[in-house]
Design a protein around this ligand. Structure first.
Ligand SMILES: [Ca+2]
Length: 398
């Protein structure tokens, strides 16, 4: 007797195989997705943890900076502003760790007893650092709408900086709307953005450059509508007609593009007193010192393409002198000494300019950074030393 086996037909077998394959494929996807998801969650938790650590490291660096700036205020009173503590003391964790771990003591053959044994002192993951800048070493853009004796030299300094020969290619490039702008267009647009009226003012850059210390107004009130520059934009808006609160606000001003901000943004401030020019003894940026020298009508010949190489040599010599003096005496030359140095080299600083300089610095910006693993937190702050302590004018975690 033969048993008749029932063979599934080919089609049915194929279907079953397909079902199995599809099921396996779906399960695989689900499992992989699950694994990926849990790995992401783990990573996210680690990132949140590292970010919190990095944030507190950045905060520590900012607070350490504030402490130094507090002592800077005291040092200013003693040294007449020539002792720049914030330029002398590096704010970074490696140094702090060296101090607290006893490493530095060992290097000098000293035994710092016990400090490294205190749990948590100087022991942390990651690193921090901070840099401090004097806001009085920058051009205050709100000065453009200040009294004539300040607005005029401030504009001259701004023009001297942004219209320097080396930036010619930048001004020739077209913006997103296919337009080009001149340095004078941008200076005028910044002024109209700040000043209270609604008319597009006129401005003769040649006149300001020729005589930046005249007491006459820089901007001549016009009749045109200053908002017409913004009316033609895809999303139109109006001039602010109020002082700038941050330098980044400049992005709204017509003719100011990313390349302008990348090049000049760090040379501007809105936090110093708009009724004073900068504090010359704080300037340790060659581009800013060049702008200061080239805004002096007496130095006009030195600032042409023929004269510039010689002036740049004088500038290099100055910073060598300044750094050497700071290294050996912890002090930098004051405005009079700076003027004396340059006049010895054939470059003049006008007495009208020197008369309107800020005699002190009380406002500083701090850029603090904390890093843990791959996470980096940047904290920006602006603080002002006052008689009663320290005022925080700006605080932002990036
Ligand atoms: Ca206006």
């Amino acid at each position: 007797m033969s048993t008749r086996r029932t063979h599934p037909r080919h089609g049915e077998r194929g279907m079953a195989l397909l079902m199995v394959l599809v099921t396996i494929a779906m399960l695989t996807v689900a499992v992989v997705e699950f694994l990926h998801q849990s790995r992401v969650e783990l990573q996210t938790a680690a990132n949140v943890r590292d970010r919190a650590k990095a944030y507190y490291l950045a905060r520590s660096a900012a607070n350490f900076s504030r402490l130094i700036l507090y002592f800077q205020g005291q040092a200013d009173r003693m040294s007449g502003g020539t002792l720049k503590l914030y330029q002398l003391i590096p704010i970074e964790s490696d140094l702090t760790k060296a101090f607290t771990s006893g490493e530095l003591g060992d290097a000098f053959g000293l035994k710092a007893e016990g400090l490294e044994k205190k749990r948590g002192f100087g022991q942390f993951d990651g690193s921090f650092s901070a840099t401090i800048e004097d806001e009085y070493a920058k051009i205050n853009l709100n000065s453009l709408d200040s009294i004539a004796s300040i607005a005029s030299p401030a504009v001259a300094q701004l023009v001297s900086l942004i219209a320097a020969p080396r930036y010619k290619p930048m001004w020739e490039a077209e913006d997103a709307e296919g337009q080009t702008h001149t340095p004078a267009d941008v200076v005028m647009a910044i002024h109209d953005w700040i000043d209270v009226d609604n008319t597009a003012d006129a401005f003769n850059p040649e006149a300001v450059v020729a005589d930046p210390f005249s007491q006459s107004g820089v901007f001549v009130p016009g009749t045109g509508d200053e908002d017409s520059r913004y009316d033609m934009l895809r999303s139109p808006y109006k001039n602010k007609n109020n002082p700038l609160l941050t330098v980044d606000e400049l992005h709204n001003v017509r003719g100011v593009g990313d390349d302008f901000m990348d090049e000049f943004g760090s040379h501007f401030t809105v936090y110093s007193d708009p009724n004073l020019l900068l504090n010359l003894s704080s300037v340790n940026d060659p581009m800013m010192m060049l702008a200061v020298l080239c805004m002096q009508p007496e130095n006009m010949a030195l600032c042409t393409e023929q004269g510039l190489p010689q002036l740049l040599e004088v500038l290099a010599l100055f910073f060598e002198f300044r750094n050497l003096m700071q290294m050996s005496t912890f002090s930098v030359p004051n405005a009079q000494a700076i003027a004396g140095f340059f006049s010895g080299q054939g470059a003049t600083l006008s007495p009208y300019f020197l008369k309107n300089l800020a005699p002190f610095s009380d406002t500083f910006s701090i850029q603090a950074e904390g890093s843990v693993g791959e996470v980096r937190v940047v904290l920006r702050a602006v603080v002002k030393n006052t008689n009663s302590g320290q005022e925080i004018m700006y605080w932002r975690v990036m």
